[in-house]
Design a protein around this ligand. Sequence first.
Ligand SMILES: NC(=O)c1ccc[n+]([C@@H]2O[C@H](COP(=O)([O-])OP(=O)(O)OC[C@H]3O[C@@H](n4cnc5c(N)ncnc54)[C@H](OP(=O)(O)O)[C@@H]3O)[C@@H](O)[C@H]2O)c1
Length: 312
Amino acid sequence: MTKILTSPDGTPASRLAFGAMQFGGAADAQASRAMFDACIAAGITHFDTAHVYTGGASETLLGGMLGDRRDGLPIATKVAYDGGGSKQNIHRSFEISRQRLNMDMVDILYLHRFDPDTDLHESMEALAELKQQGLIRYVGVSNFAAWQVVKAIGIAAKFDITVDILQPMYNLVKRQAEVEILPMCADQNVACAPYSPLGGGLLTGKYASGGAGRLIEDDRYTKRYGLEWMHQAARDLAEVAVDVGTDPATLAVAWAAAHPMGPTPIISARSTAQLAPSLAAMTYEMPPALYARLAALSPTPPPATDRIEEQA
Ligand SMILES: NC(=O)c1ccc[n+]([C@@H]2O[C@H](COP(=O)([O-])OP(=O)(O)OC[C@H]3O[C@@H](n4cnc5c(N)ncnc54)[C@H](OP(=O)(O)O)[C@@H]3O)[C@@H](O)[C@H]2O)c1
């Protein structure tokens, strides 16, 4: 049974989450508000932001939209992408984030990435302090390898807390999480909210027809999705989408959500028009044969043991 986090009034986190990374950046205040409203209308309860997004505008805009819905929405932010995992950086960044969000308590706080230069005991102790003070309800980690999560779980126990949720990258052309991360989450009772279900936009198919977007505008994404087989998979996905009469973005998000571990992908966009096909995945039931057909569009990552002859 997949662990499901809840809001302060007990509302469960929705099947998909929405990420506010574009709020105050590619999406202005009006476009951001329209996407928030579309998410609420579609039944999304789980919203995600981070201390580093758009210089703080993402947190400020999201916090300003919650109003009297706040207690029914599990809200997540992340700290320590910059500045390392020291106690001082975690406490200082979180306090700024909490003020931007205008929240007494933030439901989920993630360490945004693993810091090899800081003892993980120090970072986990900082999160335990925030939890004991009632300032956060759930502890998360993002961009951690599976062994780093298990290490964090062991350390967390010393401080009487649990690691409740992991936020890895996962989509049809970034499938490393299948090898250790998703099985580890199932085994360790850690919820999983993977990001980039569309591969930053690649899996919409728009780049095959000369479209513009993040993969052209942002060097990190150009490089991350720069391999030809990934672009071929996106073209193939677009063909399958025509065949089954659905938008490729709907299929990509629904495929990530259909992993047997039960992850809750974080969708995002710069406008409600872009968001619509991802939101449609909220109600899209993925038939097993279609799930397998989509999985066959990209290489299955080899097993952790490298014994490929034993792979199902
Ligand atoms: N923990 C982390 O390190 C981390 C990293 C990344 C994201 N995240 C979280 O996960 C959330 C989602 O990640 P993501 O934005 O990478 O998700 P994604 O779904 O892979 O990519 C979303 C992007 O794809 C493009 N797009 C979406 N729908 C489209 C459509 N219908 N037609 C054309 N283009 C479309 C838009 O970018 P363009 O218009 O620019 O092409 C949009 O911003 C973020 O908001 C954030 O909360 C976390």
